[in-house]
Design a protein around this ligand. Structure first.
Ligand code: MN
Length: 367
C-alpha cells in the first residue's frame, strides 16, 4: 500500500459499536460484553497505542444505568492514567435529538474528547453561506488531526455532511470518525437501509474510522490513497449476531512512513457456538433427537452454547419439551454456559386457536 508520506510512526486503536449496557436483563452476557470491552482497553494499552478512537455506540442507549457508566469510566480512566487520549463520537444508539448524551459527561470529565464539534466562525449566522465548521482536534502536539460526525437514527446525520464545512489540515495525518453505512459497500442483509454515498464523505482524510456496521470491513478509497475501516462490534449485541457475525474485536492501526498496517484484535472472552433449529411442524421426540444430533456434531468444550429453537409442536405442549435432558447433554460435553431461547416453541393446538406463532420472533432477536 502506498499512502501519503507523513514522516512519522504512529499506532492507534479503532474501536466501535461496544453497545455497553446491552443485555441489561441477562447478567452473564452483560458481564461477557463488559469483559470484551476490558479486553479491548487492556490490549490497546499493552500495544502502547498513541490514542484510541471510538466510532459511535459506545453505549447501547443515551442513558445507560449507573453501574454501566461506572464500569466505562473505570476502563477509560486506565487509558487516561497511561496518558492515552480517547476521541469519540455519538452513534445512533447513544445520541439524543437534544444533543444531551452521556458522552458529554465523559467529555467534561476529560476521559474521552468529543470529536464532533461544529462552530460558526462568522458571528453573523444569518449569512446563508455561513456554514458551521467542524473543528479539528490536534492530538497532543503531533501532526495528527481528528474530527468526526455523530450518527443519528434513520440516517438523519446525512444532512450534516453537506451542512458542515470540513477541511482537513494540509501536510498532516487526518482522521475522520463517522457512524453510518456506505451505499457502495452495503452488507447484503441491509439492502433496504439507506446509507451515505462515498461521494458524501468529506475528502482529504487519511483514515476514515467507521462505526455502525457491526462486522469488520476495510477498503481503500479515493484512488487507493486512503483507508476506510469498520472494526465491527466488540461482542454480539443480539442473538442474530451470535449466529451471523464472524469476528468481534477492534482494529489496531500502525502507520509507518508510507504504509498503514491493520491488525484485527479479537476481544471475545469466551468462545461460543450456536445451535439454531427452526421447524414448521415437528413431533416432540423428533425435535429432541434433532437437537441432540446437532449437539453431537459440535465441540462444546469450554464454550457458551447458544440454543435457539423455533418450532410448531404437533403432539403436545411447549412445556412438555424436556429441556433439562438437552442441557445435561450440552454440559456433559464440557460447555461452560448455556444461553437458551425457547420462546419460539409453540404447540399446534395453541397455534390453531389463532395465536400467531410469529409473535415471539421479535423476542427471539433479543435475550
Ligand atoms: Mn451499533
Amino acid at each position: 500500500m502506498h499512502f501519503k508520506t507523513i514522516n512519522m510512526y504512529l499506532k492507534f486503536a479503532h474501536i466501535a459499536d461496544c453497545h455497553l449496557d446491552a443485555f441489561n436483563r441477562n447478567k452473564f452476557l452483560y458481564s461477557q460484553l463488559n469483559l470484551s470491552f476490558t479486553n479491548a482497553i487492556n490490549s490497546a494499552i499493552k500495544n502502547k497505542v498513541d490514542f484510541v478512537l471510538f466510532s459511535g455506540d459506545l453505549f447501547n442507549n443515551a442513558s445507560p444505568k449507573i453501574e454501566t457508566l461506572v464500569f466505562a469510566i473505570n476502563e477509560l480512566k486506565k487509558l487516561k492514567t497511561k496518558n492515552i487520549p480517547a476521541y469519540i463520537i455519538a452513534g445512533s444508539h447513544d445520541y439524543t435529538p437534544s444533543g444531551s448524551t452521556i458522552l458529554n459527561v465523559l467529555n467534561a470529565a476529560e476521559l474521552a474528547k468529543n470529536a464532533y464539534s461544529p462552530v460558526f466562525e462568522d458571528k453573523n449566522q444569518n449569512n446563508q453561506n455561513n456554514k458551521p465548521k467542524l473543528q479539528l482536534i490536534q492530538h497532543k502536539d503531533a501532526n495528527i488531526f481528528i474530527c468526526g460526525i455523530i450518527g443519528r437514527i434513520t440516517g438523519l446525520d446525512k444532512q450534516l455532511y453537506s451542512q458542515l464545512k470540513i477541511e482537513p489540515k494540509k501536510n498532516a495525518f487526518n482522521i475522520f470518525l463517522f457512524h453510518n453505512g456506505i451505499e457502495e459497500f452495503k452488507p447484503k442483509n441491509m439492502k433496504n437501509t439507506n446509507f451515505l454515498h462515498l461521494s458524501e464523505l468529506p475528502s482529504g482524510f487519511d483514515y476514515y474510522a467507521g462505526g455502525h456496521i457491526h462486522s469488520f470491513f476495510k477498503t481503500k478509497i479515493n484512488n487507493n490513497k486512503n483507508l476506510l475501516v469498520y472494526p465491527g462490534s466488540i461482542y454480539p449485541t443480539n442473538i442474530s449476531e451470535f449466529e451471523n457475525n464472524k469476528s468481534f474485536g477492534y482494529v489496531l492501526v500502525e502507520v509507518n512512513e508510507d504504509d498503514i498496517e491493520l491488525k484485527k484484535i479479537n476481544t471475545i472472552p469466551m468462545d461460543f457456538k450456536v445451535i439454531a433449529i427452526e421447524k414448521n411442524i415437528i413431533k416432540l421426540n423428533e425435535l429432541e433427537l434433532e437437537i441432540l444430533s446437532n449437539i453431537e456434531k459440535i465441540n462444546c468444550e469450554n464454550k457458551i452454547i447458544v440454543l435457539k429453537i423455533k418450532a410448531l409442536i404437533e403432539d403436545g405442549k411447549a412445556s412438555d419439551f424436556d429441556i433439562g435432558k438437552i442441557e445435561d447433554r450440552i454440559l456433559s460435553k464440557g460447555a461452560k454456559k448455556i444461553e437458551k431461547n425457547l420462546s419460539g416453541l409453540v404447540s399446534k393446538s395453541i397455534f390453531n386457536a389463532h395465536f400467531d406463532a410469529n409473535i415471539s420472533t421479535k423476542e427471539l432477536e433479543h435475550f
